[in-house]
Every structure is written in C-alpha cells, then in structure tokens.
Design a protein around this ligand. Structure first.
Ligand SMILES: Cc1cc2nc3c(=O)[nH]c(=O)nc-3n(C[C@H](O)[C@H](O)[C@H](O)COP(=O)(O)OP(=O)(O)OC[C@H]3O[C@@H](n4cnc5c(N)ncnc54)[C@H](O)[C@@H]3O)c2cc1C
Length: 560
C-alpha cells in the first residue's frame, strides 16, 4: 500500500483523548512514574467539550451544611440515576478526590472563587444542596495540560485513535492515524485509558448542520466503539440526552439561569416546569427537556427563559461574571438580537439528541470502582464511561483510572511484536478508502443516512417496529462502508468517525429495543411501553462476542 507510513511508539500507559478526563489522567499516570502518551485528534491544550473553559464545578466540600457530605450526595445521585450508576464508582471515581481536586485547581491559579473570598455555590437539577460552584474555568484545560507537559507526558495531537490492539485477551496497544500526514501510529502499551467523551452527530438538529451542536462535534464514540469491539461490556446505551439551549446560540446556559432562579415560560407567559416536575426549574435535566418538548408539541411554544424574576444584582452577576466565562460572545449575541434580559424573554430550543456529557446520564462503558472495564488493561473515564460525567466527575474519574492503570501496568512488559494479521487488518481498514478510487459514496452521504435513521426511528417515541426497522437499516449501512471514497487525510478521519457513529447508533437502537418501558422522560420514550416499570429498574448490558453476535444481560439497579 503506497500510503503506509507506520511509526511504532513504546509507552506504559496511553490516554486516549485529552479533554477533562484525559488530561487529568495523563498527569496522574505520569506522576506514578509511568511513561505516558496522551493522544487526541484535536489539540492537547484545548479540546473536547470543555475546550473553551467552563463555569460550573460540581463539588462536595464538607463545609458544614447538612447537604454537603458524601453520604447526602450519594443518596441524591442514586435517586437521580434510578440506581443505574454504581455508588462505588461515584465514591472512588469522584468523592474520594473532589476536595483535593478543588484545592489543587486553586493552587494552580484557576479562579474557583469569583469574588476572591468564598465559593459561590448554587443548586440545579434536583440536587438537595448547592453542589455547583460558579467559577471561571477558562484557564483550566491549559493549566492541566501545561502541568502534564512539564512532567514529561508525551503529546500526540491531531492523531485520531482508531483501534485497540488486543493480545492474549488484554490490551497491548492502540492504533491511531495522524491525519495530516496520514501516518499510522502503533502504540505499544501495558494499559489504556479511554477518555473520548460523549457522542454527537447521530441525530439531526434544528439548525440542519450536524456540526452545529452545543457539544464538541468531534466526540463521536471512539471509546465506546473500540471497547465494544474488544468485547468490553457497555450498559444502558439506549438512554440518550437532550439539552435546552439558547435558540441560534449553540451553547447551553440553562444551569446558569435556572441555578440562580430564572423561570421557563411558554408563549402564553405561563411558567411550565412545575407542570412536569415538583421541583420546577430545579428538576433533573430530562424533566426540563420533557417540559420544553411537550409544550412545543402541544402548540404552546416557543419556550423562553424569563430572567426578570432575578434580583438586579443576581442578573448583573449572571450577565457580567457567569455567562461570559465559557460563552465569550453571549453579550454580543444579546446586543445583535436587541435583547435586554432585564425586560425581554430569551427563546430556547431542544437539541437533536446525543449521548450527553452530563450529571445523571447512566450509559457507557461499564466500569468497576477502579474505572476498569471488563477487558484486562482497559480503563475508561469521563463521558464514555458509566460514571459521574460532569467536568469535575470526569477529572476525578481520570485520576482513579490512571492510578489503577499505572498499577496494572507495573505487572507487565510491552509485547515484543504485535500479531501481524491484526495489524494488517487495521491498516487495510484505515487506508482502503484512499487506495480504492472506485468508491461511489461520500462519508457525508453515509453519515447523513445514519442521522436520518436515528432521527426517524430512534429518537422520541420509539416503537418495537420502528426499532426493528432501524436495526435492519443500520445493519445494511455496514455493506456501504467499502464503497465510501475519500480524497485526503481529513476525509479519512471523517470516514473513520462515521463508523464510530454507526456502532454507537446500533448500540442505542439495540438497547432501546430490549428495554420495554420508558425512563428518564424523553431519554428513552417508548410509545408502546410508555410507563416506567419497577421490573426494568436494571442495567441492560451489551457485549460483543468473538463471532460478532451480541450478548444481552441484565444487572439489578443499586439501592441505597
Ligand atoms: C459547552 C459546554 C459547557 C459545559 N459546561 C459544563 C460546566 O460548566 N460544568 C460541568 O460540570 N460540565 C460542563 N459541561 C460538560 C463537560 O464538558 C463534560 O462533562 C466533560 O468535558 C467530559 O470530559 P471528557 O474528558 O469525558 O470529554 P471531553 O472533555 O469532551 O474530551 C474528549 C476528548 O476526546 C477526544 N477524542 C474524541 N475522539 C477521539 C479519537 N478518535 N482519537 C483521539 N481523541 C479523540 C476529543 O477530541 C476530546 O478532546 C459542558 C459541556 C459543554 C459542551
């Protein structure tokens, strides 16, 4: 093959994805004295959902208030997730590190106290207390990346991971494509930590432009796909997420508004959130989305944020200190639209659907309290794992995963030689579209088809027949993969992403057809099984077998 420039790199622990979880994981693994490689298809210093910096930091600080304890947090999180997140993962992958992490970020110079004196803490999404610190996280990603670089983490930017290399039933390496030069990297490693975040671009959104999402559009499910292909267990993949975003401004902001006491109103000016949940605007996010969706569907839209009930000081704080932290252009946007939130309403809309990177989401790679997957040597943290997937949750889970991966790596040497059959297959899969000049369809057509199928049959209002149709159509799409053509390295990366989207879409549809109930509002709404049922308070687990079949199993929810 003419394109084959292959480089081999030896390391101990490889971290895939350099967002919130990945950078923290890399820093931690290197501090355990491991050779550590950090690979991202974007830049290392800023990438992923938190690239622009963020403004809310979920923390339990034990400062004296009744709700500010690990026990109360655990209870709330167990209720929020219906017991579908392992409390030991929350304990070991979040609560164990959060106080230390908050202090560490302050020491690094991240502005955790906006007025320099006290933490400003607010409450959102049904929490019993003010777990969200309003902070200025603009510098957070760059500061953690700089620390990693300083202590010798090896950076591989613009390098898209494509496959895991498994030898003797455990992770022995990772394959990646540096798409600007079309070089394939083969990393020999002893353990890998997957930190590739949530999954976007599987559903149409209102703008009609797949990349116009509030999430990072480049998180497409690599972690979930490679874990699945390696035979790891993934759980609850049927649940998708929606978010309420400011119309024509592809970024969330709702937690900022509702956390401080703004209302959600319909076109008639009626406050809507209490109709759908007793906690009103402080309800879990899925209930807010259900409110916005139902009011709109039933002809009472558009829906607006009404910030007028806020006190003058709170509104001023929101507009000048909080929203512009990670939404630099928000005040320009208000100005261009002629909006003054002191007197005007702000129209919102619901996103198209994604595997979300947010608190309360319960789908992903199934991990134990060390963030270890069911494949030896494979760990996961952040949005691709079934754990607490907020910014602080991802960072804490990154610490736990890297500590465990480093310890595991100590027991092994690198493989001397990869199995060449496996490597040839990987090279063939990556390079085939560049070699084959007879390809007849573009990755864009292929990806559009996934979105059409998912939006039509696997969004809100799922039915047995629709899901069966979706599974059939998604399966048939596999036949078109050999017909996709690409012109350059960039398109080659997109081609590989489209397969990540396909695998994740199939997992969502498969899980949705198994779970014969509805749960978490629109996240999994079956019109043929509209009730939430106690007997379905359990994990739906998928595992790919060696012959390609998928085994489905169940695990009861956790009761606290
Ligand atoms: C606009 C926005 C605002 C948010 N605000 C907040 C907030 O204020 N507070 C909060 O708690 N949460 C917030 N979140 C959620 C928060 O960003 C996520 O919970 C967190 O970033 C998850 O971390 P992660 O490491 O799992 O994913 P990410 O930080 O998204 O990182 C994933 C990384 O994987 C890389 N990657 C993907 N595929 C590949 C591949 N094939 N090869 C190599 N690398 C790959 C990506 O480039 C990316 O860098 C916000 C999210 C968004 C989108």
């Amino acid at each position: 093959m003419s394109y084959c420039d292959v480089k081999t790199v030896e390391t101990d622990v490889i971290i895939v994805g350099s967002g919130s979880a990945g950078c923290m994981a890399a820093l931690t693994a290197r501090r355990q004295d491991c050779r550590t490689a950090l690979v991202d298809k974007g830049g290392i210093y800023r990438s992923g959902c938190g690239a622009a910096g963020e403004d809310h930091f979920v923390a339990v600080l034990e400062e004296g208030e009744e709700w500010d304890t690990p026990e109360v947090f655990q209870k709330w999180y167990n209720t929020l997730t219906h017991g579908l997140c392992n409390p030991k993962v929350v304990e070991n992958g979040f609560l164990k590190h959060i106080k230390w992490l908050t202090g560490y970020l302050e020491d690094l110079g991240v502005k955790m106290r906006l007025d320099g004196k006290e933490y400003i803490r607010t409450s959102s999404y049904s929490a019993p207390g003010r777990y969200w610190i309003n902070f200025d996280g603009v510098d957070l990603p760059t500061k953690i990346a700089a620390e990693s670089e300083k202590i010798g983490v090896d950076f591989f930017p613009k390098t898209a991971v494509t496959d895991l290399i498994i030898e003797d039933g455990r992770v022995a390496g990772v394959a990646a494509l540096e798409f600007r030069t079309k070089t394939i990297y083969l990393f020999k490693c002893k353990a890998a930590v997957l930190c590739t975040g949530n999954v976007t671009r599987m559903y149409d959104n209102l703008s009609g432009i797949p990349y116009n999402t509030w999430n990072s559009p480049y998180n497409n499910g690599l972690g979930q796909r490679v874990a699945f292909m390696a035979g790891a267990k993934l759980a609850n993949m049927e649940f998708i997420g929606f978010n309420v975003t400011i119309k024509n401004f592809g970024c969330p902001g709702l937690a900022g508004f509702t956390g401080m006491g703004a209302h959600l109103v319909n076109a008639a000016g009626e406050r809507i959130a209490f109709k759908y949940h007793p906690l009103g605007e402080k309800a879990p996010r899925w209930a807010i989305c259900k409110a916005v969706h139902t009011e709109t569907q039933e002809g009472r839209g558009p829906i607006y944020i009404d910030a007028r009930p806020l006190s003058k000081d709170d509104l001023e704080f929101l507009l000048t200190n909080l929203l512009p932290v990670d939404k630099k252009s928000i005040n320009d946007f208000f100005e261009q639209k002629g909006l003054d939130l002191r007197k005007d309403l702000l129209e919102v809309e619901m996103t198209g659907g994604e595997i979300p990177p947010m608190s309360g989401h319960v789908g992903g790679i199934l991990v134990d309290e060390n963030m270890a997957s069911s494949v030896p040597g494979l760990y996961a943290a952040g949005g691709n794992a079934l754990a607490l997937t907020t910014l602080s949750g991802a960072m804490c889970a990154g610490i736990t995963a890297a500590q465990a991966a480093a310890e595991y790596a100590g027991d092994f040497g690198n493989v001397e030689r990869f199995d060449q059959n496996q490597i040839e297959k990987i090279k063939e899969r990556i390079y085939r579209p560049l070699e084959d000049k007879d390809g007849s369809i573009s990755y864009i057509e292929f990806e559009d088809k996934i979105r059409q199928i998912m939006s039509r049959y696997v969004r809100v209002g799922r039915t047995e027949a629709g899901l069966r149709t979706a599974m059939g159509l998604l399966g048939r799409l596999e036949e078109y993969i050999p017909k996709i053509k690409v012109e350059n390295g960039h398109e080659l990366m997109r081609f590989l992403e489209s397969q990540e989207l396909l695998t994740c879409s199939q997992m969502i549809a498969r899980g949705a057809s198994v779970r014969q109930e509805s749960r978490f509002g629109l996240s999994h709404y079956r019109t043929d099984f509209p009730e939430t049922k106690d007997e379905w308070r359990k994990f739906v687990i998928q595992r790919r077998l060696d012959d390609g079949d998928v085994e489905i199993s169940f695990q009861p929810a956790y009761q606290l």
